[in-house]
Ligand binder design. Structure first.
Ligand SMILES: Nc1ncnc2c1ncn2[C@@H]1O[C@H](COP(=O)(O)OP(=O)(O)OP(=O)(O)O)[C@@H](O)[C@H]1O
Ligand SMILES: [Mg+2]
Length: 258
């Protein structure tokens, strides 16, 4: 395989057990450089668990992760970030008491030089304003604590933070779930702009198939702890995916009532 065609991320035979609960059975997945992959699956399918493994929050029970051609053991979120893997979690991981710009620069704070380094607020504020303006999210001031924002606004801050982190792999776990139609469309726009630049690879989870079809190059479906479907977006349709998911439900229901 040439350097060019080498995927940025390869997940090989990854399993995750939480005590007696098997969240992931045997997951195999690839993300190319600059590719946007949509990850679909029912509630409880294991999507967030996979994201948490990829961002260093959970350790897999079995299996291997290969990042940029190298097998990696992701020890922590900080370790994953140092490799260029950044995640927007479903449960966001913002610090409610901190203001917007401190949240956006969490662990990447700008400091003044010298032995008594202190937070250099001015450039962080300006950058935070610029990021949110770019995304098109209307938040009156970046000085307000995140706890005073609506769910959708919090999600926008979390997405902006990730998008501007210079990551190589962005993991977006339901980034539009709490958003209104306009804000959701803005986030999809941002993802499409990143996709056009081709500098970052993205895995995006969403329950809204329309959103996935809007921004993704390829779509994977996670069912019963495995990837059961892998096609280029251009080669499939919302109807095909809906049929697969509904048929699975019907089969399960048939067995349950047999
Ligand atoms: N920390 C944990 N401890 C125990 N079980 C867990 C833990 N995290 C997830 N699980 C279990 O693993 C399974 C997969 O959960 P996960 O959150 O990955 O699903 P999901 O596909 O993200 O679902 P949703 O679409 O509802 O967000 C579920 O059965 C869940 O109860
Ligand atoms: Mg989830």
């Amino acid at each position: 395989m040439t350097q060019e065609s080498q995927p940025l991320l390869q997940v090989e035979n990854v399993a995750k057990e939480f005590g007696h609960v098997t969240a992931l059975e045997d997951v195999n997945l690839k993300v190319g450089k600059g590719e946007v992959l949509g990850l679909l699956g029912d509630n409880g399918a294991g999507k967030s668990t996979l994201m948490k493994i990829l961002c260093g929050l959970h350790r897999p029970t079995r299996g291997q992760i290969i990042f940029d051609g190298e097998p990696v053991q992701l020890h922590s979120v900080t370790h994953a970030r140092s490799l260029g893997i950044d995640c927007v979690h479903q449960d966001l991981a913002l610090i409610p008491q901190l203001n917007i710009y401190h949240n956006m620069f969490l662990q990447r704070e700008s400091l003044t030089g010298g032995p008594l380094a202190i937070l250099n607020n001015k450039p962080m504020k300006e950058k935070a304003r610029e990021c949110l303006r770019d995304i098109g999210v209307n938040i009156p001031s970046v000085d307000v604590p995140v706890e005073q924002l609506s769910g959708g606004q919090r999600q926008a801050v979390a997405v902006a933070r990730s998008v501007y982190s210079n990551s190589r792999l962005l993991l977006l776990d339901e980034p539009t779930a709490a958003m209104g139609a306009k804000e959701g469309a803005m986030i999809l726009d941002v993802i499409n702009r990143l996709r056009a630049k081709g500098e970052v690879s993205i895995i995006i989870i969403a329950h809204n198939y329309g959103h996935i079809f809007d921004v993704c190059d390829r779509i994977n479906l996670l069912q019963n702890g495995r990837i059961t479907f892998d096609k280029a977006t251009a080669d499939t349709s919302i109807q095909e995916l809906t049929d697969i998911v509904v048929n699975e439900y019907r089969n399960v229901a048939k067995q349950a009532y047999a």
